[in-house]
Design a protein around this ligand. Structure first.
Ligand code: PLP
Length: 287
């Protein structure tokens, strides 16, 4: 089945959807994005993603080209047209396509933003075998720019990090800055020591994960202790457990860091429990 995608107000077959070669997303990575997961044909935490999108746009001085209500309608229409019950919706907004390449921002009056959305059908996403076996990660230096709190499409370094992990026989990389773990290539990073969940505090150094916010809330509601502070890779290697969170992986246990097995080398008690709670609550609240 050919996927139907959304480009600037139109629903089109994916092979007919086009964006200009002068689009600033293409030439300058001048764009922001969101990925919203889909469970039971519904959107998980759409509100959270809409709020973060607005913040990303504000930080880059871009006007929102579409209202939150219309955005929700487009998400839902794409799910319907593509018959998606489990998977993701990808949304990207760029500063549009001026007449020529120029470092100066184009006038928003004459250069409308480019809005693109498409679905990714992933049956079995919630039942991923990786959640049972756990992930292996390596550590790499964090060489990204200083505004990682803005969800921009500058994903070259995270993509290179993922390739470094694959080459090393691992699943993902955690990035380290000044000796402390920032986050994973496309996820937030956590360790567990005793009954305590430890994760880096929010700042410009990491993306403010929508899944992170929900998981920390559920953890506290379940009487687990949460400590938001820096941790090193050495501390992580000695942790009882570790895990990541993101919209597309939910909560995923980590069982190995730089070749060192955590605990018994299999998912522990906390990460699988949090995954279960997160999936249950997300299904209930999905729209
Ligand atoms: N950190 C980074 C660098 C990411 O790219 C992502 C998701 O893409 C996350 C964290 C997790 O964010 P969310 O839970 O909103 O998907």
């Amino acid at each position: 089945m050919t996927r139907t995608v959304y480009v600037n107000g139109e629903y089109l077959p994916e092979d007919q959807a086009k964006v200009s070669i002068f689009d600033r997303g293409f030439l300058m990575a001048d764009g922001v994005y969101e990925v919203t997961s889909v469970l039971d044909g519904k959107l998980v935490d759409f509100d959270g993603h809409a709020v973060r999108l607005q913040r990303s746009l504000d930080e880059l001085h871009m006007a929102a080209p579409i209202s939150k209500e219309d955005l929700l309608a487009v998400h839902r229409e794409l799910l319907r047209l593509n018959d998606v019950t489990e998977g993701m919706v990808y949304l990207q907004i760029t500063r549009g396509a001026p007449d020529d390449r120029d470092f100066v921002f184009p006038d928003a009056e004459t250069t409308p933003a480019t809005v693109v959305l498409f679905t990714q059908n992933k049956p079995g996403l919630a039942n991923s075998p990786e959640a049972k076996s756990g992930m292996k990660i390596i550590s790499i230096e964090d060489m990204r720019w200083g505004r990682r709190d803005i969800k921009t499409v500058q994903l070259l370094y995270p993509s290179m990090g993922k390739m470094m992990a694959k080459k090393a026989g691992a699943d993902d990389a955690w990035m380290v800055q000044d000796g402390y773990v920032t986050e994973g290539t496309s996820n937030n990073a956590y360790i567990v020591k005793g009954n305590k969940i430890i994760t880096r505090a929010l700042s410009n150094d990491i993306l403010h994960g929508i899944t992170r916010a929900a998981v920390l809330r559920y953890a506290q509601e379940a009487q687990m202790e949460v400590e938001e502070r820096n941790f090193t890779i050495d501390e992580a290697k000695e942790a009882d457990e570790a895990f990541i969170t993101s919209a597309s992986t939910f909560v995923m246990p980590v069982v190995e860091i730089d070749g060192v097995s955590l605990g018994e080398g299999v998912p522990g008690r906390v990460a699988p429990r949090l995954r279960e709670i997160y999936l249950d609550e997300s299904r209930k609240a999905a729209v």
